[in-house]
Write a protein that binds this ligand. Structure first.
Ligand code: MOS
Length: 752
């Protein structure tokens, strides 16, 4: 079904089950260890061999010699694959036979390169980044493979690489998909503005740091490949594997039923599924590969560092006159730019606007989407710059933001209104609940013993992305509804909310609904990415359920438009029948799919929020402790407040990480990330997390989907780090523009 006009009143509005909190239906499986992750399908992969990837020890250059003889002789080794004997594969530009045509949809379509998910392995002596696959050792046991991997002797010719973003940034070019945005006359408006700031912020490379490492099991049955792998978007995984191997995509089945987090790191495939598949085919037996934690940091992807210059000019009335946001980032040639100016397009009014992104080539590992790509790091800069300008104007930071609210896309004008936008309500509600009026606007004034106390705020915005998504539903004779879709649950609650949608639509209790996810043999779905999953997958399921309702009503001899589904019965015209009796012992199945029309073009669609943080900074050591946080979110219908709240708490936790800890340190001599484990790449732990609260404002967005929901997960991270940084400034007077705000940086600037 094409969703191209605002949704009217529908079954979801009943709110019998949708909109209520339900604990995760997959929770018992998770906590009892019964939910199988990619590496755990032991009985499906009998007699599996174990593969270990050998990563390049240099960042740029060539392999001049590779000696595998010792590794091949090592106990248990059954295969050593290098560029000398690896089968030919296909890179970007090569769609799999059968094409990716129907795989492409709105967001993914238009100009996307065919085969963009391909990841060929061991195709030549060239080394393009540290820990790129240079050999693959397969043995009877993991330990044997790991030991033999150390016996592969490689000699390299090292070439000079480019690893320093600051040094390379001026060679950057405008990426094709991130054109400059130039409205009005920024230069003259900025020059004439009575109040202005011109500040540069930097954000470091960051690691996704999901719990479950990338892992794959490959099994061939004739020419049919089954891959259990940890992947967020099943059809992208199928495309990548089929495209790389040059086999028809119908020959690849990808299963990712349970996923231990992704945060963007599993939107693409890396070495594990390809090497597992190649070796399994050659050996005629299943092969398992799991990356070690240290491998993940350099072998896979990360969020690229940014340098961001913010030039904001305002009148003495506090209205923004000029908004300039320049972003510099780096990546391998095939990698995308970090779109850190994206939120600046929409967040505040202002007639003169100049947004530019420049991507320069670096020889670091691939940069890719991570945890709200774009906004998450863009807001770290913009929302601190807004605070800086408010301070200069002598305005309260919240009032300054409210003064510059807009109800339409400020680049396109009133003809492109927001579908819904409740930023002001988020700010006001949060100010009230958090006790903003008690904040002392003068930094460094509030003490609690040796601690300096500060409060900060930031606006949140995250684009509402939508993706085509389908589902198959079946009501069986025992009255159980089974839902099947390629949608994934990466720890987010997809199983639970899809059960709620199904239960609501068919008038069933939650315990009569079974949800099966993450299998490419199910209808293609939006998958988990960009916070589009819950809304898009629910919408696809909604249409599938509508088709099922019609089929059931027809079988019952009822007029489908009048039929009501409640309490396990279908009723119409005063007559009522048990669903189980109507569908009979064979059951009834239906499929449905949502495709999105141009509503995202006609209306600016985004979720909004306001984040508040209170920090304590040790006046002697400059150690920062976050004491309290509050996020107020307006993100359309909240399908399940409990799982949505958990999403936001996760985002807020990540925001603390971005503000205070997370930093992949680049060795600029050798070109790799030095800290490559969770002991040295710091993310917040429980002891770092304060009292956190989340408030969802009542909101329905009828332009977003028939569910009237929007993306919510990533909204939780967008802006949080800036609220923390603004609180650190309020506490200490130190304005640190170089993330993360570690104590050495704060101490150097602390006024006390
Ligand atoms: Mo998200 S960074 O699109 O998983």
């Amino acid at each position: 079904m094409k969703f191209d006009s605002a949704a009217g009143q529908n079954v979801i509005d009943q709110g019998r089950i949708v909109g209520k909190s339900y604990p995760r239906v997959d929770g018992p499986l998770k906590v009892s260890g019964l939910a199988p992750y990619a590496h755990e399908y032991h009985s499906d992969a009998p007699n599996a061999a174990y593969g270990v990837i050998v990563g390049a020890g240099i960042s740029k250059g060539r392999i001049t010699a590779i000696d595998t003889s010792e590794a091949e002789r090592a106990p248990g080794v059954v295969l050593v694959m290098t560029h000398r004997n690896a089968p030919k594969q296909f890179g970007i530009g090569h769609a799999p036979p059968g094409g990716t045509g129907p795989q492409q949809d709105e967001k993914d379509g238009g100009g996307e390169k065919p085969g963009r998910h391909n990841k060929p392995q061991l195709q030549g002596p060239e080394v393009r980044h540290f820990d790129q696959s240079v050999a693959f050792v397969v043995a009877e046991t993991f330990e044997q493979a790991r030991d033999a991997a150390r016996l592969v002797r490689i000699t390299y010719a090292v070439e000079k690489g480019r690893f320093d973003l600051a040094a390379e940034k001026d060679k950057g070019e405008m990426p094709e998909d991130t054109p400059d945005s130039n409205v009005g006359n920024f230069d003259s408006a900025f020059a004439a503005a009575p109040a202005k700031i011109d500040v540069t912020y930097t954000t470091p490379d960051q690691a996704h740091s999901m719990m479950e490492p990338h892992a794959s099991i490959a099994r061939w049955d004739g020419d049919q490949l089954t891959l259990w792998t940890s992947h967020q978007i099943i059809h992208w995984g199928v495309d990548g594997v089929a495209g790389t191997l040059g086999i028809h995509k119908d020959k690849v089945r990808v299963i990712s039923a349970y996923i231990g987090g992704g945060f963007g790191s599993k939107l693409m495939i890396y070495g594990d599924p390809i090497l597992a598949a190649l070796a399994a085919r050659q050996l005629g037996r299943p092969v398992k590969v799991a990356l070690t934690r240290p491998q993940i940091y350099n072998h896979t992807s990360h969020r690229p560092a940014t340098i961001q210059r913010l030039r904001l000019g305002a009148g003495i009335d506090g209205k923004l006159l000029a908004i300039g946001h320049d972003v510099w980032c780096g990546n391998l040639p095939e990698g995308e730019a970090e779109n850190a100016a994206d939120q600046t397009k929409l967040l505040y009014a202002g007639a003169n606007r100049l947004l530019r992104t420049r991507k320069t080539e670096l020889d670091l590992p691939l940069g890719a989407s991570m945890r709200a790509p774009g906004e998450a790091v863009g807001l770290l800069a913009l929302e601190c710059a807004m605070d800086e300008l408010a301070e200069k104007l002598g305005l309260d930071p919240i009032e300054f933001r409210i003064l510059n609210d807009t109800q339409f896309d400020p680049e396109k004008g009133p003809e492109r209104p927001f579908s819904t936008r409740h930023l002001v309500e988020c700010l006001r509600t949060g100010a009230d609940k958090f006790g903003w009026s008690k904040r002392n606007p003068k930094p460094g004034m509030v003490r609690d013993g040796r601690w300096l106390i500060g409060i900060g705020v930031a606006s949140a915005i995250r684009n509402n992305l939508v993706m085509a998504s389908g589902a198959r539903v079946r009501l069986s004779g025992d009255g159980v509804l089974t839902i099947q879709t390629q949608m994934t649950d990466i720890g987010t609650g997809s199983y639970t909310i899809l059960a709620q949608i199904g239960a609501e639509m068919l008038g069933l209790p939650m315990d009569k609904v079974r949800v099966e996810l993450g299998d490419s043999s199910f209808p293609q779905s939006a998958g988990s990415g960009g916070s589009w999953g819950a809304n898009s997958a629910s919408a696809g399921l909604y249409y599938a359920c509508e088709n099922l309702r019609n089929a059931i009503a027809q079988r019952a001899g009822f007029n489908s438009t009048d039929s009501q589904f409640a309490d396990g019965k279908v009723s119409a015209g005063g007559r009522s029948r048990n669903l189980a009796d109507v569908v009979g012992k064979d059951g009834i199945s239906a499929e449905g799919k949502v495709e999105f029309g141009d509503l995202t073009k006609r209306f600016a669609q985004a979720a909004f929020g306001a984040h508040f943080a209170e920090v304590a900074v040790d006046s002697v050591t400059a150690e920062v402790r976050v004491r309290r946080m509050l996020s107020v979110c307006a993100a359309g219908r909240i399908i399940n407040p409990q799982t949505a709240r958990s999403q936001c708490l996760g985002g807020m936790t990540m925001g603390i990480g971005a503000a205070l800890m997370e930093d992949q340190v680049v060795d600029k001599r050798f070109g790799y990330f030095v800290n490559h484990d969770l002991a040295e790449y710091h993310v917040p732990v429980h002891a770092d997390i304060p009292d956190m609260e989340v408030i969802f404002l009542d909101e329905l967005d009828d332009k977003s989907s028939p569910i009237k929901a929007k993306g919510v997960g990533e909204l939780g991270i967008c802006g949080v780090g800036a609220a923390v940084a603004n609180a650190v400034h309020n506490a200490t007077g130190a304005r640190i523009r170089d993330y993360p705000l570690t104590l050495d940086k704060i101490m150097a600037k602390m006024a006390v």
